[in-house]
Each structure stands twice: as structure tokens, then as C-alpha cells.
Design a protein around this ligand. Structure first.
Ligand SMILES: [Zn+2]
Length: 371
């Protein structure tokens, strides 16, 4: 591993000047639409807006708290679209994930949202059990099915998070009786894709960037399925590993069905040194660090797709340490290999696929309205 500078942080372990790196990359082949972000708190969103602008991101789709949509719009104007999400911070998770989410989907729809998120990572099993209803967040469960039905009736698309990195199934989800195998999580997804034929986005390369062959199968079987490239550390680690011709061929085969996403999380406590985050590493404590945190994601993803960068990722990846604590420390990082994708493919991933996706939702919604 590289010798790190003394002021190395998890988002900038190599001491880059991300504003300079943005200039070096130059404008992207097409103004980027980032279809997967989590923006909250307008003061932090203003810092994010600088990073987005420098890296050529012209529009973002965000899972934001319903209560903050207007505040966030006041910073980003028409550059932000919202994705309906449940109130994860509710004291009453049973309601927030159940009846409460039905109401919230309607409210998001009224506020212009075209997409509904259903988070079904394996950890949802733990949350659901704590809330006292084991099938609370199952994609196949009665609550989720009613919510998907509503999304279709409202002419909205669906975004899901199924699976998690293979590294997590080897570690945090090693208890097979409890979490099942990674494969087990895909049967409910496939049934739901059949049942609700609205356009879907399965986040984080469908949860399986490690296995392009399995993604081929999913995309072949479900013409309404799309993937986003979000979760930067995971994508950098796994997509760098594929030989360039293999990844290029995959992305070309599914051109128009892979959308750019970052999964950048933006929140006010990134700006404060006194933030008391429970159980999570503090990612940033002032504006400068917050800028680096957000910029690092766009730098890494753009470098992965369009540059000839070959070297350690500037972002620490704690999964390496999780898998092999003898070999890796928490500040270590995997190789980032730039794949120099062809210009036309970049244009589609960065922008056109998201623009077309919107047309597909419009087409679906007009079929719904006339039936
Ligand atoms: Zn996300």
C-alpha cells in the first residue's frame, strides 16, 4: 500500500486537490444525471452543489426527507428530482414502512416524484425483526406489494436495493440461516419485476457488480429492469477488477439500461466538528472535508469510467479490512482501474439512459391512465 500523507482522510487518502482533478478530467462527454443520491439539510446540499458542478453533474435524483423538499429545491432549483422513500427515522417503523409509506408515496407523487424506493438489503431483516414484523420490508411481503401496486397506479417507476457486496455475505451476513444466500434475495426481486411492469432501477449494479454474467440473466429476463452504478467504493473495487474488454462489452450490450448513480450521502452534520453520530465513523467535520467527501465520489466514478488512471483508489475501503484484517488496515484501498469507455457509451451512461428512462415512465404512466 502507498505511503499516505500525514493529513490523509478516508475520502482523500492520497492528498488530491479534487478541484484540480476536476479540471484535469475536463467536462464529461455529456452533462451527468446522477440518479442516486441522498440529500438532506440545505447547508450541506450547497457544498454538494459545488462538487457536482465541478465534475459536470447537471441533475441529481435524490432520496430526501419529505419535510425538506422545498429547502433542497431552494438550493438546487430544477436540477433536483425526488425519489419517494419511507421515513427511516420514524419512532414507529411499523407504520413508516407500512400504511405510513402508502401515504408518503402519494405525498411524494404530489411533490413531483416519479420514482419510489424499496430498500431490501439483507440488513432489512434485522430492522423488520426489531419492529416486530419479520416480512415488513420483504419485496414479496404484503405491505411492499400494496406499495408497488400504488406506485404503478400513480405511474411511477420503482428503485430497489437488493443484495449487498459479496464481501458482506462472507462476513456480516455469514449466518446463512438468518440471511440466506445472496442468490436467495433475487427470487422476490424477479417475481416483483414480473408482477409490476413499470420501469425499475436496481441500485448498485443490481447488487451484483461482482457477477456480470448473473446481471446478464436478470437484464435478459426482465426488459423493464435497469441498473445504476451507485455505491462508489463498491463499484470502484469490483468494476476495476473486470478486464476492460469484458466490462465494455457488458455495458455496450445493455446500453441505455445502465444509469449513472453515485449514492452520495449529504447531510448537515458533515459540516460540524461537534456532530455526535452514533456508531458510524465521522466522515467530515467542516465544509472543506464535506466538499472532499462529495467530490471524491465523482472523481472516482468518472476516473473509473473514462480515464486511464491505474493506481490505488483515493477513497479508503473498509471492506478490505473486513475481509482480510491481517493484510489490510481501515485506511487501505483497492486498485482503481480507468476503463476509458468509448465516448458514445459514456454519453448514454452519464445522461441519455436517465433521460430515456423518464420517457419510459411517461409511456408506462399513459398506459396506466388509459386502462
Ligand atoms: Zn442509496
Amino acid at each position: 500500500m502507498a505511503q499516505l500523507p500525514p493529513d490523509a482522510t478516508a475520502a482523500n487518502r492520497l492528498g488530491f486537490d479534487y478541484a484540480l482533478e476536476a479540471n484535469r478530467l475536463g467536462p464529461p462527454k455529456a452533462g451527468i444525471i446522477d440518479v442516486h443520491t441522498h440529500l438532506r439539510d440545505p447547508d450541506a446540499v450547497a457544498v454538494f452543489a459545488q462538487a457536482a458542478e465541478q465534475f459536470g453533474v447537471q441533475e441529481v435524483w435524490s432520496m430526501s426527507p419529505l419535510e425538506q423538499l422545498n429547502d433542497i429545491r431552494s438550493v438546487l432549483g430544477d436540477k433536483v428530482q425526488f425519489i419517494a422513500q419511507p421515513n427511516f427515522r420514524s419512532d414507529d417503523l411499523l407504520d413508516a414502512m407500512g400504511e405510513g409509506y402508502l401515504r408518503r408515496i402519494q405525498e411524494f407523487h404530489q411533490a413531483g416524484a416519479r420514482l419510489v424506493k424499496f430498500w431490501a438489503a439483507p440488513r432489512a431483516i434485522d430492522l423488520a425483526e426489531d419492529a416486530g414484523q419479520r416480512d415488513l420490508m420483504d419485496l414479496d411481503g404484503p405491505l411492499r406489494q400494496a406499495q408497488m401496486q400504488l406506485a404503478c397506479e400513480l405511474g411511477m417507476g420503482i428503485m430497489t436495493h437488493v443484495g449487498d457486496p459479496d464481501t458482506w455475505f462472507q462476513t456480516v451476513y455469514a449466518d446463512r440461516d438468518r440471511y440466506g444466500t445472496k442468490e436467495d434475495h433475487y427470487a422476490p426481486l424477479e417475481r416483483s419485476l414480473e408482477r409490476y411492469p413499470t420501469p425499475w432501477i436496481a441500485a448498485h449494479m443490481g447488487g451484483w457488480p461482482e457477477r456480470l454474467d448473473l446481471l446478464d440473466g436478470l437484464l435478459e429476463r426482465h426488459s423493464n429492469l435497469h441498473l445504476d452504478t451507485s455505491a462508489t467504493k463498491w463499484m470502484v473495487r469490483e468494476l476495476s477488477r473486470h478486464p476492460t474488454p469484458v466490462l465494455t462489452e457488458f455495458l455496450t450490450r445493455w446500453k441505455g439500461r445502465i444509469l449513472f448513480g453515485s449514492d452520495i450521502v449529504v447531510q448537515g452534520d458533515h459540516l460540524r466538528a461537534d456532530s455526535e453520530e452514533t456508531g458510524r465513523a465521522i466522515q467530515a467535520t467542516n465544509r472543506e472535508e464535506a466538499f472532499e467527501l462529495y467530490a471524491s465520489r465523482y472523481f472516482a466514478l468518472r476516473s473509473l469510467f473514462e480515464s486511464d488512471y491505474v493506481g490505488e483508489s483515493p477513497i479508503a475501503d473498509p471492506d478490505l479490512n473486513r475481509i482480510d484484517p491481517q493484510r489490510y488496515g481501515p485506511m487501505d484501498a483497492p486498485m482503481l482501474k480507468g476503463h476509458q469507455l468509448p465516448a458514445e457509451l459514456l454519453e448514454t451512461i452519464y445522461r441519455n439512459a436517465a433521460a430515456d428512462w423518464r420517457d419510459k415512465v411517461d409511456a408506462f404512466s399513459s398506459i396506466q391512465a388509459s386502462s
